[in-house]
Write a protein that binds this ligand. Structure first.
Ligand code: SF4
Length: 359
């Protein structure tokens, strides 16, 4: 049995946040190389956790997004009492997220004070939104003693399964040309989605330049994939709904570039070591940038942005519509400024602002 501190992290319920949380896991292992880190999260997060070498075990909590499920949380918490966790770090800010470590009787429980849940925590922290102006900084702060200076975030870096990658390439008949992965979905809502017609035009431009185009997304995003393939034709492989999250990791690690909305898959692509061309609309690349140096961000920074709304309150979605397929294609086709990184990138500083913001 390892001799380091035993830590239970209650992980976020969003894919992108779970990927960014790997910066915290890496920090915890830098502070204590023998730390034993377990992470509780939605069932989909368990295969993702398996790609993070810092984590001993991903633990599934099978509750729907927003569901209280008090009895289920209590049952799992009671089960965890024998695991000997010494500290819990609660990343989500909801009251229900703090219940599990309380039920598990973990002696030190750190999280941000919110939703009147401080009584569930032994170490409730005030969220300083100015100091902690990025999601990843908030996660890091919870792993450090109160008031400790924040280090530069270590970028997430997911393990790649080469055998699975090769099987996927064979199964879908991929890999005939340099591939560009398009991710047209964004679970948060349409105000984060570049218009599907723009993605289709981009696909057409890239195929004309000799690229293979893969469309990645969930089953719910099949209509987007179908539209892109129908409009752009041969050379486009619509994989929406046909891959698991961990398959996306392996495919993205193989792609030349990923073009993506501000979505969970954007963070997966960054953590897979792929070059990322990210398109931001109602949100801000200053709050949740892809944690990689190999990124190119399109963000118009209109007067109304970021509004952080799920749907455009003004009804025109200019923040996304006015980013043209030609501009994005130019980013994809531009020579890479930085060389491809292995899937364990070096420990580098994340820039305080995105490296390039196109206007
Ligand atoms: S209000 Fe502005 S930033 Fe928000 S979705 Fe509409 S165009 Fe985009």
């Amino acid at each position: 049995m390892a001799g380091g501190e035993r830590i239970l992290v209650v992980g976020p319920a969003w894919v992108g946040d779970m990927v960014m949380a790997q910066s915290l896991f890496r920090l915890l292992r830098v502070l204590d190389p023998d730390a034993v880190i377990d992470v509780v999260g939605p069932p989909w997060s368990v295969p993702l956790a398996a790609r993070m070498p810092e984590i001993r075990r991903g633990i599934a909590l099978g509750v729907a997004h927003g569901e209280l499920a008090l009895a289920r949380r209590r049952r799992l918490g009671v089960t965890l009492r024998d695991e000997g966790h010494e500290r819990a770090i609660v990343l989500p800010r909801s009251l229900k997220a703090a219940l599990l470590p309380w039920f598990a009787r973990i002696p030190v429980r750190t999280g941000f004070a919110a939703e009147g849940r401080s009584w569930l925590l032994t170490d409730p922290r005030r969220l300083d939104r100015q100091l902690l102006d990025q999601t990843v900084k908030r996660f890091l702060a919870l792993g450090l003693p109160l008031g400790a200076p924040l280090p530069e975030p270590l970028p997430p870096s997911l393990r790649i399964d080469a055998a699975n990658r090769d099987a996927l390439l064979r199964r879908f008949g991929l890999g005939q040309a340099p591939a560009v992965a398009l991710m047209p979905g964004a679970a948060f809502g349409p105000a984060k989605q570049w218009p599907v017609g723009h993605f289709a035009e981009l696909a057409r431009l890239l195929v004309a330049q000799g690229h293979e185009v893969w469309v990645l997304g969930s089953a719910g995003e099949r209509p987007l994939g179908e539209q892109i393939r129908a409009a752009a034709g041969t050379g486009v492989h619509d994989l929406c709904g046909q891959t698991r999250l961990e398959d996306s990791v392996d495919l993205l690690a193989t792609a030349h570039t990923a073009v993506t909305n501000d979505s969970g898959l954007m963070h997966v692509a960054a953590a897979a070591g792929t070059r990322v061309v990210a398109i931001f609309g109602s949100t801000s690349p200053r709050f949740t940038p892809p944690l990689t140096r190999r990124c190119h961000i399109h963000y118009l920074e209109l007067d109304c942005s970021p509004c952080f709304q799920r749907e455009c309150p003004l009804g025109h979605l200019r923040c996304l519509r006015e980013i043209t397929p030609q501009a994005v294609a130019a980013s994809v086709l531009a020579p890479a400024i930085l060389p491809a990184e292995p899937n364990q990138p070096p420990a580098v500083a994340v820039p305080a602002r995105p490296q390039r913001i196109e206007t």
